[in-house]
Design a protein around this ligand. Sequence first.
Ligand code: MSP
Length: 648
Amino acid sequence: MTEKTTYITTPIYYVNAQPHLGHAYTTVVADTYSRFCRLCGDEVRFQTGTDEHGDKIVEAAAKEHVEPRQYVDNISAMFRDTWPLLNIDYDRFIRTTDEDHIAVVQQILQHVYDAGDIYFDEYSGLYCTGCERFLIERELVDGKCPDHLVAPKEITEQNYFFRMSKYQQQLIDHIRNNPDFITPERYRNEVLSFLSEPLDDLCISRPTSRLDWGIRLPFDENYVTYVWFDALINYLTGIGYPDGENYPRYWAGAEHLIAKDILKPHAIYWPTMLMAAGVPVYKKLHVHGYWNVDETKMSKSLGNVIRPAGLVEEYGVDTFRYFSLREMSFGLDASFSRDAIIARKNADLANDLGNLFSRSVSMIEKYCDSRIPEPAEEETDAELRLASASMLEGYSRNMADFKFHLGLQAVWEFVSEANRYIVRNEPWALVKDTSKKKRLGSVLYNLAESLRLLALVLKPVMPETAEKMIWGLGIDADSEMMKTLEHGGSWGKSVVGTRLNKSENLFPRTEVKKKSNSEKKPQNKKKDKRQQEEPGGDHINFNQFENVELLVARVVEAKKLKKSDRLLKLSLEAPEPRTIVSGIAESYRPEELVGKNVIIVANLKPVKLMGIASEGMVLTAEAEDEQGGKRVNLLTVPGEVKPGTRVA
Ligand code: MSP
């Protein structure tokens, strides 16, 4: 196998805001990809960091009444403190205030200046402080910057300009000749369409009279470098450009990961800067969409900014990592909601993967004295092996192409197949028949092997969970077969006789909180899909049942409704108070209901009945009374059961 080198980078984040869901997503993607490339046997380097110059930072520091230096130190540290919480394993955290970076920026500026691609000129233009750049007329909407919704200021200034226009055709040719240079394709097309108009030169300086917080131009001390010209160069500094040993090793494998907001600087400024500096253009640019929150833009003013530390505390690091990679189709926008993350956790992680693991492991413990049994060659297991091969193929191809949601879909198809394999083979029946001992050995070996393969492919996505699985299976995490897909990614590597370790539940379920009328229920979407995936006639599968939240509720008060003979208004405790209007007035007097423990469907969409919001449904069974009439019997729970207990 030829060893490939990969150098994956995230944007360096501005330190004018604390880390949030958007930063977390990009960084988790880069971390997952870097771990995936290692699993493929590549030599990998992964870099992230902070962008610390420019007027945005000066403004933010002034607001806090601190010097820029102190301000950037504080916020940059917040980013560095956040990444370990998400299990981000980077090789370098670069800051644009680092000494080596300042030196590299000045060196490149001098080189491009000496080559004649930087010139001095007077410029009048419309400057937007939010964008930190001059805008052109056609970018404005109603005279305002479309991103910051303020009219830019007319400024006349003498400045230095980079001859970006000179490289326009070379860039177009490069993009046309390298179809994978910018992906997904929609962003490649967007860049080509922008390049179909003449490209302006780029103003790359700011007079120190206006902005002092930046890297001095090496050829004119009255100016500092425009923040983008400074920031993009971090990708070179971080690998020791020009003389460090990592530069020749990694630069040819450079892959930048960004969101759509910073496409233009990365797809246009950066490659043309590299061309002018005589450095080969980076290998690939991967562009993803934006996370919204509950279908709304995430913003400080709306108070809906999601912080990574909170997410990890609430749902666990691996649930967040899995959710973000599975839920967003790379390249498109996605919406974050608590319901969506809980639904994914309960269905995909607790039910599908968690149950597969705990059922399989506990059967090996019970039936085989905790040791991986000997398999016998059996025709009937071809399906499971084929499913594992198809998972490995789909997973590897899609992860390499930044189609993480499809890679994970391929893994979960295999998880479902392994769960079906248990149901088909009924190990609990095989164990009762001594003539089936060999068969039982095969079935349980195959399950252990399926789990081993799953742990292997899940390592990049959910490193902690994979580690727990590997430990539970009694495998040495440093063994060759758990290091790379090449060594471990084929069927039959589990070693007969390996002793399992006692392992914990992988994913405890998260209870779904009571929903209001306006909240969406993504579970339904998922349920429909599952029904299509598994045509099962009138049967529902376990996940569908689990989506119905049945709770014990205590009746605190019951009242007849004036305008109805049939309806009673029940005030319940489950354990939060809730109201349900139920059609049981003809069968029960209100006073006999108080204190009863009934069973309710807690996650039904609320409806209005006789003007009262009814939040759920009480379970009943209809029966005939002595007179041949209908009587509704409430299902009640005897004994001391706490209100809010889940009925399973
Ligand atoms: N400092 C520049 C980047 C310089 S790179 C040489 C910058 N910083 S930023 O703090 O604004 O980060 C922008 C990046 O953060 C996006 O490209 C994306 O990676 C991430 N995200 C910020 N908000 C996001 C969402 N709402 N959704 C997804 N990712 C987003 O631009």
